[in-house]
Ligand binder design. Sequence first.
Ligand SMILES: [Zn+2]
Length: 417
Amino acid sequence: MPSTAIINASQILTLAGPARPRVGWEMRELGIIDKGALLIENGRVAKVGPTEEISNSFTKETQIIDAGGRLILPGFVDAHTHLVFAGNRLDEYEQRLSGTSYQEIAAAGGGIKKTVALTRAATEEELLTQAKKHSNWFLSSGTTTIEAKSGYGLSLESELKILKVIKRVNDETPLKCVPTFLGAHAFPPEFADDHHGYVRLIIEEILPAVTEQGLAEFCDAFCEKGYFTVEQCFEIMNRAHALGLGLRLHADQLSSSGGANLAAEMGAVTADHLEHTDDYGIAALRAARVQPVLLPGSVYALGLSKYPDAKRMVDESLAVVLATDFNPGSSPTTSMPMILSLACTQMQLLPAEAVVAATINAAYSLKRGHEIGSLEPGKAADFVIFDCEDYREIPYYFGKPSVWKTFVAGEYCFSTS
Ligand SMILES: [Zn+2]
């Protein structure tokens, strides 16, 4: 059987461990193999161990790649992105830097409204071209699986168009995409004065169409003052659950709005953001085993200073996840290395905790923990060779491109040389 071997890694972070999300002190366990090697067969990890030991398994046909003393990690799993949108928000970026507030920009027709208008006007092919460009950015930053949300269409036709683009990115590029329906991202202009009507449209028409066509695995909603109320989110999540979708929730991003409690009550898989979650919210997440998905990139990019209390969540044994929140408004980054740096420097996570949050814990939050997120025999050979020797260099040398090669299913799909 033809096989590929990667030899002479300074460290392989296997993330081997129990088949469940890691909590508390387990988040410091990386399963490191020094001077490691990885044997790959049929796109899967066959063996992982010291190079001297793994070399005994080579045949004449084994293709050997010398890592040259570099670091190997499982590919990052980015559990919260808004992959598909048209255009960008460069003008607003500049306006905000000149003192115009996010609210003033939104009131003048900017913000999410602008992206919705552009995304509705774009064809499926145009959206796909842009999404593929961004997929390459993810792969070149060491990310091999992302969760991708709809939410810039806000009509039956446009939401389906976005979800089809996500499916095509998954099918036509090496980047694996887990699709989430986020029709409850904002109220579209035609329902500005009829919020009830839009919630009915989601529940009665859009959600059934999305599930009938098998275009989403999860449903998400933006639970926040001025967006969707706890009651509206409850109704939408209830319907989504009945239709077989897993649940995620944008919770407590701008205020303590009851989002964490709702996520716990609904048995959501994740509650995302949590910048303003109080003690009760954290206790509720813990009791219901909801995974917090923390998004420090959006705090940074909006020039804010209140990061979620990640350390406390780790201490409380929550299975913390880190993600980029890639979107054109509040977090225009595809870089998990940057997110790791923010998590360590701004939220005081240890580098090992940040790595666990960005790989194996993220994989479990997407119901993919059996398949990706660690380098153990039988799992997908999705991994990254970083041009450094020690994993702590990734958050430490922030801003430096550090990926040497990215592999999906044992094939390399990005390489700097
Ligand atoms: Zn988001």
